[in-house]
Write a protein that binds this ligand. Structure first.
Ligand SMILES: [Mg+2]
Length: 312
């Protein structure tokens, strides 16, 4: 990592992929022949078959973006999910196999175990202050990409985040929904990776226009999406007023992103200090449940079960 690189930390579910579990697998089996044909032509997916009953859809443009990041070397990538770390590892492997990418492309794969304070989930400060990374990452070069407002809206992350449209061909609810032509169209014409490529290009151009001294200085002071510099970085088209009149960088339709299930309640705590920690509970529980179903049916889990104790 040089001083002039950037680090993009991706969420997994509804950001990189949509995971369809056993309980919802029948929706996949119920798609019409026309829809199936369109999916085969336009979307990437991994179907784990009728025994596992799981299918993973990959967001359009994911493979191209990661290949570009790998080839240019200027964009580093990492993963941080609200599910378990093992799930992050499994999905990272699946993505690397699918797109023939080096296994170490994701410089870290964090899970909920890595969230130190659930009132400030996915705090980037944990990365910036981690001696393991040798102070290479900071507020000038690191940002999150996530569909969950609650992970991004707190003070530490808000100017270092992009809130993205959920990638959800089978709907955004936990139990999933039947695939409609409308949902399928939305998934196929997903704008996120094209816009993200534009954003990272603009950021790199901005960095290349800076002197070394300016960069050193910005490391401490200038957040990636700080309102005062978005015009200079040609990112003003992406920044909008969101809930609580917070200014956020967004891509696509993000109107559902502050739903209580995605941390909207915690979002309101920004202006009202007292409040329940219910956002944390619901987020964690749903992610765990979802993962539990996934893990049960993986060979790796079966092996782990015999050889080591579960972490919780
Ligand atoms: Mg998500």
């Amino acid at each position: 990592m040089s001083k002039r690189d950037i680090l993009v930390v991706f969420d997994i579910d509804e950001t990189l992929i949509q995971f369809i579990n056993k309980n919802a697998y029948h929706y996949w089996k119920e798609v019409t022949p026309e829809q199936k044909e369109l999916i085969d032509e336009k979307l990437e997916y991994v179907d784990l078959g009728d025994i596992k009953k799981q299918v993973i859809f990959l967001r359009p443009g994911l493979g191209e973006f990661l290949k570009m990041a790998n080839e240019t070397g200027r964009i580093k990538v990492a993963i941080w999910t609200y599910s378990e770390r093992d799930y992050a590892e499994a999905i990272a492997n699946l993505i690397c196999n699918k797109f023939d990418l080096p296994k170490d492309i994701f410089i870290f794969k964090y899970g909920s175990e890595d969230i130190e304070d659930h009132d400030i989930p996915k705090s980037l400060k944990q990365i910036w202050d981690n001696p393991k990374f040798g102070k290479k990452f900071n507020k000038f070069n690191t940002f999150l990409v996530d569909d969950r407002y609650g992970n991004l809206c707190h003070e530490i992350n808000v100017n270092n985040s992009i809130l993205v449209q959920a990638f959800a061909p089978f709907g955004e609810s936990k139990q999933r929904e039947p695939l409609t032509d409308k949902l399928l169209e939305k998934a196929i014409h997903d704008p996120v990776f094209a816009e993200l490529t534009n954003i990272t290009n603009n950021l790199i151009r901005d960095i290349d226009g800076c002197e070394d001294e300016e960069i050193e200085d910005a490391f401490k002071k200038e957040a990636v999406f700080a309102p005062k510099c978005i015009e200079r970085k040609r990112l003003d088209g992406y920044v909008r007023d969101y809930a609580n009149n917070i200014q956020m960088c967004t891509i696509g339709e993000v109107d559902n992103a502050d739903d209580p299930n995605k941390g909207g309640r915690r979002g309101r705590r920004l202006t009202r200090k007292s409040g329940r920690r219910s956002g944390r509970k619901s987020g964690r529980k749903s992610a765990y449940k979802k993962y539990k179903g996934y893990r049960k049916s993986t060979k790796k889990y079966k092996m782990n079960k015999m050889t080591k104790k579960r972490k919780f």
